[in-house]
Write a protein of this length. Structure first.
Length: 308
């Protein structure tokens, strides 16, 4: 079982338009609404490829009710922690003429102390049948202290779970310093921020992160592929030709493919194939984590992973 701690859920809306013009009226030809935030994208992608996932998230207001309803409709086992603040909305506008994505991400509302306590109690109440993974995915809103979050993750470790992290900024630095997660998945910019080295080789970034965590490290670099390292291998995912244009959610789908494979006992090389295929399948269609199992299977055949 993969348990996802999602502190910044969102209603993700994608508008498809012929073009984007500042100051103009736009009438989308199609609209996609999905339960989002990185953790829910991850969960839906994982379910698509056969993973067992549950999500715990603070949910508030009418938008939050829509997020929870859509999550359940997508087959997600979601525990909603009620909060007073309205769940945020994030908008992506995809233009046909130049392939650009214009994005508007509302900030997450601060979580008051009582909501943080309720979230912690929901995590503590989980009924674990066997050890699995606990994942922190997405940004951490104001009101959540690093020590509180580290203690929550450490409790999941003591329950037998391995910890996987995909966040950024000061919270990422605090978690890495105090917890040493089993898996760290970041993009190039997040890696550069964490190690304080801008413009370096991606292999060097991954190696530096391995020194910090001692666990499996994956650094993604968009269409240029990814580099991953664990105790036994250092690997590069080669770029895929013809990757789609709808990149929102691809990193989350990549993480889903990685964790589902690792949960099944696969090695790092095989997990990277599954992860890369999920990220590319996501980019093929509008709406985060809306790809099909058949598309994922077809792309898996094209993924190439080489030793560093």
């Amino acid at each position: 079982m993969i348990t996802v701690l999602l502190l910044s859920p969102a209603l993700d809306v994608t508008y498809l338009v012929p073009s984007v013009e500042v100051g103009a009226i736009h009438r989308p030809r199609e609209v996609f609404r999905v339960p989002g935030g990185k953790g829910l994208n991850l969960a839906r992608a994982a379910i698509c490829i056969g993973g067992a996932v549950r999500v715990i998230a603070p949910i508030g207001g009418h938008t939050g009710a829509d997020v929870a309803r859509l999550a359940v409709a997508a087959g997600v086992d979601i525990t909603s922690v009620p909060v007073a603040a309205e769940t945020r909305t994030c908008i992506t506008v995809a233009a046909d003429d130049d392939g650009s994505l214009t994005e508007f991400y509302e900030p997450s509302a601060a979580l008051p102390p009582d909501a943080v306590a309720d979230f912690s109690r929901a995590v503590a109440a989980l009924d674990d049948q066997a050890p699995g993974w606990t994942v922190l995915a997405g940004s951490v809103p104001p009101g959540v202290e690093a020590d509180e979050l580290v203690a929550l993750l450490r409790g999941r470790m003591e329950a037998g779970d391995r910890i996987a992290i995909d966040t950024h900024g000061q919270m990422l630095a605090a978690i890495v310093a105090q917890l040493r997660p089993a898996v760290l998945k970041v993009n190039r910019l997040e890696a550069e921020e964490l190690v304080g080295a801008v413009g370096g080789a991606i292999e060097t970034l991954a190696s530096s992160l391995r020194d910090l965590t001692g666990g499996t490290v994956v650094v993604t670099d968009g269409s240029a592929g990814a580099v991953a390292m664990d105790d036994s291998e250092a690997l590069r995912v080669l770029p895929l030709e013809g990757v789609g244009r709808y990149s929102v959610g691809s990193g989350d789908s990549f993480f889903a493919g990685l964790l589902v494979a690792l949960e099944s006992g696969a090695g790092l090389r095989s997990a990277l194939v599954d992860a890369t295929a999920a990220g590319a399948a996501n980019a093929a269609v509008p709406g985060a984590a809306e790809f099909s199992l058949d598309t994922w299977r077809d792309i898996r055949k094209l993924v190439r992973v080489a030793a560093l």
